[in-house]
Design a protein around this ligand. Structure first.
Ligand code: FMN
Length: 245
């Protein structure tokens, strides 16, 4: 998670040279505020379809005054034509105690667990809501804050059928950046299958590849998942509480 003395940035760029230029602007932004810079994610996209983008994660007290931001934008445009700066308030959702719980299920186990996690989160003062992953496109994910994914694996190591389209889209080369998302994955599976919890694993890795920050290591459950789920929920909520403190 972001330490108070650091500013996080993410870079999407068509070339390494342009990425270096974007990083330079980010360093200047951090230096202006007497902070260190942590580059969390650099993605080089050679297709030329995505504009060069710099995402700065600024807390409220770091939000730059408009004039300074304008200078940065001008400087960026002179080095990387078409480049954009996005400002995200990374800690905003954590401070508002918002949590989104996505599930992907075939026979309902993950949905049941998602509901239990949601109830537990409400008791802990979180404004939590559950969502069926299959109702979403990757670009619809709420990326300004934490989200957990409770998902099972089916078929031959595949997502539950309703979530297949979502996962195919997530795996496209031009899937949207998920910088700003903080995620944790709980997988349900059955170790008698060759591809044990493969969907949970692939989802976790792909989310991170797209810039999401894993705030808790993935947990993979076998058929006796109730106790592990309960322990995971406690660990997940206390990790989030620690982050927002
Ligand atoms: C036909 C079938 C295929 C399955 N394939 C896998 C698999 O490839 N890997 C795995 O880890 N678990 C597999 N499972 C186990 C399920 O993931 C497990 O039962 C899980 O608890 C189901 O959760 P859900 O009801 O939320 O979908 C399979 C189960 C069935 C009945």
């Amino acid at each position: 998670m972001q330490r108070p003395d650091t500013i996080l940035c993410e870079i999407d760029s068509p070339s390494a040279a342009c990425a270096a230029a974007l990083a330079e602007v980010a360093v200047a932004c951090a230096r202006d505020r007497g902070r260190q810079l942590r580059v969390r994610h650099v993605r080089i996209d050679h297709s030329g379809l995505q504009p060069p983008t710099l995402v700065l994660h600024l807390s409220e007290r770091d939000l730059p005054e408009k004039r300074r931001l304008h200078c940065l934008a001008c400087r960026l445009a002179s080095i990387c034509p078409g480049a954009r700066i996005h400002i995200r308030e990374q800690t905003h959702s954590l401070m508002n105690n918002k949590l989104v719980i996505y599930y992907a299920t075939e026979t309902g186990n993950c949905e049941t667990l998602a509901r239990q996690t949601c109830e537990r989160a409400h008791i802990g003062g979180w404004s939590a809501e559950i969502r069926n992953l299959g109702d979403f496109h990757p670009s619809d994910l709420v990326i300004n804050g934490p989200a957990v994914f409770i998902v099972s694996t089916w078929g031959d190591g595949e997502p539950p059928s309703y979530a297949i389209d979502f996962f195919n889209e997530l795996n496209q080369p031009h899937a949207p950046s998920l910088a700003g998302l903080q995620h944790a994955v709980l997988g349900l599976g059955d170790s008698s299958y060759e591809h044990f919890n493969v969907f949970a694993r692939q989802l976790d890795e792909r989310l991170a590849e797209l810039g999401s920050q894993r705030f808790l290591e993935r947990v993979e459950c076998d058929l006796d998942y109730e106790q592990i789920h309960a322990t995971w929920t406690e660990a997940m909520l206390s990790t989030l509480a620690g982050c927002s403190a």
